[in-house]
Design a protein around this ligand. Structure first.
Ligand SMILES: [Zn+2]
Length: 277
């Protein structure tokens, strides 16, 4: 894999209010690509002082990808969801004990959604490289840029989790070390150069996890991705601990997200495995 730097212009905004004062003709729509079973105990870190007594309870939650349409710049994908190989096989054709299990119905795979909506993808941005966010790449075009945060690919274990990037010759990395710092949530990168779509570094779930902000005309939308699996993470202020690389860092990130949402109540928010509220 050739790793390339995702080129962006460092933005001069001083605070989030300035970002929101410059919205764009950009919309976002979620696609469900199957479901995954997670446990409430672990979706909410049971060891967190605010967690209380969290009982084991299986939750079947959607696997989501997002279609971003920009009036002038075209169509983008945030996460890839699942490909059709999961329709017949919950392991998506992968072997080994560490392989995740998902459920996918017909006409739910990511390329179906892409075709069905006549989408001409320009670029795919990935919050991280877990199977339920990246497996769909296997059936997506290989001649567009795929973008992750710097560090995410280094930690990726295709031999354990499946090689969803097979066929890709290059992968773009966002280097947040030079990015704009804003309180309470940053660093941020202006992905399309016009303030319409932002990547926000939100590490913890994985090393290079990113969330997105879609700065549309109606309202800004924060897609937390797996910084919060479900809305209850945000409501209770308790981060997930399951599937999490660094639980403490994930909590730190969640605290910042919550602070951001308090400060900017006009922002709508979607969780990684629960749609916008
Ligand atoms: Zn994940």
């Amino acid at each position: 894999m050739r790793l390339k730097r995702y080129i962006y212009r460092k933005t001069k905004v001083e605070n989030w209010t300035e970002v929101f004062q410059n919205p764009s003709q950009i919309t976002v729509r979620s696609f469900q690509t199957g479901t995954v079973k997670i446990n409430r105990r672990g979706t909410l870190n049971p060891d967190h002082p605010r967690a209380g007594d969290i009982q084991k309870e299986e939750l079947e939650v959607p696997i989501l990808a997002y279609w971003v349409h920009h009036e002038g710049k075209g169509d983008f994908l945030l996460d890839a969801g699942l490909d059709a190989s999961y329709i017949l096989d919950p392991h998506g054709g992968l072997e080994g004990s560490a392989v995740d299990e998902f459920k996918l119905g017909e006409h739910e795979n990511i390329s179906y959604h892409i075709r069905n909506n006549n989408i001409k993808l320009k670029t795919a941005f990935l919050s991280h490289l877990h199977a339920d966010h990246a497996a769909g790449i296997r059936e997506l075009p290989k001649d567009i840029p795929y973008v992750v945060s710097k560090g995410e690919y280094d930690a990726y274990q295709p031999e354990v989790n499946g090689n969803f990037l097979e066929g890709l010759e290059e992968l773009y990395e966002i280097d947040f070390s030079q990015a704009t710092e804003l309180t309470p949530l940053s660093p941020i990168v202006d992905l399309l150069g016009d303030g319409s779509l932002w990547a926000i570094s939100t590490p913890g779930h994985t090393q290079g996890h990113i969330s997105f902000l879609v700065n549309g005309m109606e309202m800004p939308i924060l897609l937390a991705m797996d910084a919060a699996f479900i809305h209850e993470n945000l409501e209770r202020g308790v981060a997930p601990s399951d599937y999490t690389w660094d639980v403490e860092m994930a909590q730190d990130t969640l605290d910042k997200v919550i602070e951001f949402l308090r400060e900017y109540p006009q922002v709508r928010v979607g969780a990684g495995h629960e749609d916008l509220k």
